[in-house]
Design a protein around this ligand. Structure first.
Ligand code: GDP
Length: 461
């Protein structure tokens, strides 16, 4: 790993009161010194701040503050300087150009964090957590990311890995004494440890469903016949959100998703653009489109007009959309329009026909009746995904995959013990399991994986 001097804008690229440029590398002080003649930086203590002019030769670019961090007590463990300037993008650009003229180069995406990882200051899951902290958009995702940054998943796994490592050493010792037919590693104790590991892995794997809901939001499809009240409900749900809500373009298709926040959790309302199309278009798109939407959803909110007494079409539609892992909420809509006796049997009609579990809520989007109940139901759906015994929640696909591979490998070791297969094979399976467990914290890794992770970071991170 070379530690040439890198620099990048660490703050958002736009006008602000202040901006910060980060410089890191063995020669960081020497490079910055050439642009900051007012003080001798070599003589300054670590973690101190210095006022002066940032100069491009004889020209003063800006009045700045320098923060100096000396190796090894820095984010990257290398000498680092942070230059705080007046937040004009143009000034930021001039400062970066001047730094490069004097021996620094632009940092690549995530290069500061990569250096922190390579130099052993943080493990891989913590490096990933930094990206998650920055990306966190609600309380739930912030909490999980901060917990991860504190070493969450690695702490959970590392002591199990250490125990397993002890067994691997014992088994390998057996291999050394192969002729003597001795057993240093107590097979039943090993089995017990494997069971313990399996339990932990399973509970971490289970937490991914909740973790995914935290990180990516819960996908909700609002479906119903034309005129059932879908767009009216959507507007009622989003009413208080309007100021903060962001419309984001879907990743898989050209759809618009609106995000609704309930009790710190995000709900992505799938393809809300469709809801704003004209009724004719919706009818033309019909069931096929509804199926597509529900395919990508965790929750189906199905709206049936309470004024209709005949729910045959609705029931048919719901049946065609259901799958085992789908949460179903059926809402009888427009209850302000009809008298209660008109729709009081509605729930029973659905219950008679639909065996899938569902919640039934009677709402009026126009009069805002029971909309809160619907929100509560959505919120409790996410809450119940939380597995009670887990403090650490997996939100990262890479961790999820490594955990599953570890679990498979542990299963194979258990099988190997059961079938009393050769010590060589047992040692092989054990090493496999160790390797997958090590992938999470980055103890075992390769350049491709690292490239993949850090290229998704932004520059300056
Ligand atoms: P969509 O086709 O399912 O999106 O249905 P809309 O939301 O466009 O609603 C169809 C019609 O029903 C509109 O005239 C709405 O004003 C009306 N509507 C929707 N929700 C309610 C409600 O809760 N109460 C009443 N009285 N009318 C509603």
């Amino acid at each position: 790993m070379n530690n040439d001097t890198i620099c990048a804008l660490a703050t958002a690229n736009g006008i602000g009161a202040l901006g910060i440029i980060r410089v890191s590398g063995n020669e960081a002080l020497t490079v910055v010194q050439k642009c900051f003649p007012s003080k001798n930086l070599e003589k300054q203590k670590s973690h101190t701040i210095h006022y002066g002019y940032f100069m491009d030769e004889d020209e003063a670019i800006d009045e700045v503050m320098l923060s100096i961090f000396l190796a090894p007590r820095t984010f990257t463990t290398e000498n680092s300087v942070e230059i705080t300037f007046h937040g004009s993008p143009h000034i930021g650009k001039r400062i970066l150009e001047t730094l490069m003229k004097n021996g620094a180069r632009m940092a690549k995406a995530g290069e500061f964090t990569l250096r922190a990882f390579i130099n052993g200051r943080i493990d891989l899951s913590q490096a990933e957590a930094i990206a998650d902290v920055i990306a966190s958009e609600n309380e739930a995702s912030r909490k999980v990311a901060i917990n991860q940054l504190k070493g969450g998943i690695t702490n959970e796994i590392s002591f199990l890995r250490t125990d397993l490592l002890n067994f691997v050493s014992l088994i390998e010792l057996e291999l050394d004494f192969a002729e003597e037919d001795v057993e240093f590693a107590d097979r039943s104790a090993l089995n017990q440890l494997l069971n313990k590991i399996e339990l932990k892995l399973n509970s971490l794997i289970e937490s991914f469903q909740y973790g995914n809901a935290i990180k990516n939001g819960t996908a909700v499809a609002i479906i119903g016949k034309p005129n059932a009240g879908k767009s009216t409900l959507l507007n009622a749900l989003l009413k208080e959100e309007r100021a903060i809500v962001s419309s984001i373009a879907g990743t898989t298709r050209d759809t618009i998703e609106e995000v609704l926040h309930i009790k710190g959790h995000a709900f992505r309302l799938i393809d809300t653009a469709g809801l704003r199309e004209t009724i004719d278009e919706i009818e033309a798109i019909g069931v096929k489109k509804a199926k597509e939407k529900v395919e990508n959803a965790d929750v189906l909110v199905y709206l049936a007009d309470a004024a209709t007494k005949d729910f045959t079409d609705d029931i048919e539609m719901i049946k065609s959309l259901l799958r085992n892992d789908l949460k179903l909420i059926i809402c009888a809509t427009k209850i302000d329009e009809v008298i209660p006796t008109h729709y009081e049997n509605a729930e029973q009609i659905f219950r008679d026909e639909i065996s899938h579990e569902f919640d039934f809520i009677k709402i009026s989007a126009v009069e805002n009746q029971n909309i809160q109940d619907l929100k509560n139901e959505l919120s409790s759906y996410v809450e119940q995904l939380k597995t009670s015994e887990n403090n650490v929640i997996i939100t990262n696909q890479r961790h999820f995959e490594a955990l599953q591979k570890s679990l498979d490998a542990v299963d194979k070791v258990k099988e190997a013990i059961n079938f009393q297969i050769s010590t060589e094979l047992l040692a092989y399976e054990l090493r496999n399991a160790l390797e997958y467990l090590g992938e999470i914290s980055g103890e075992v890794t390769n350049d491709e994986v690292l490239g993949n992770i850090f290229s998704k970071f932004c520059i300056g991170k």
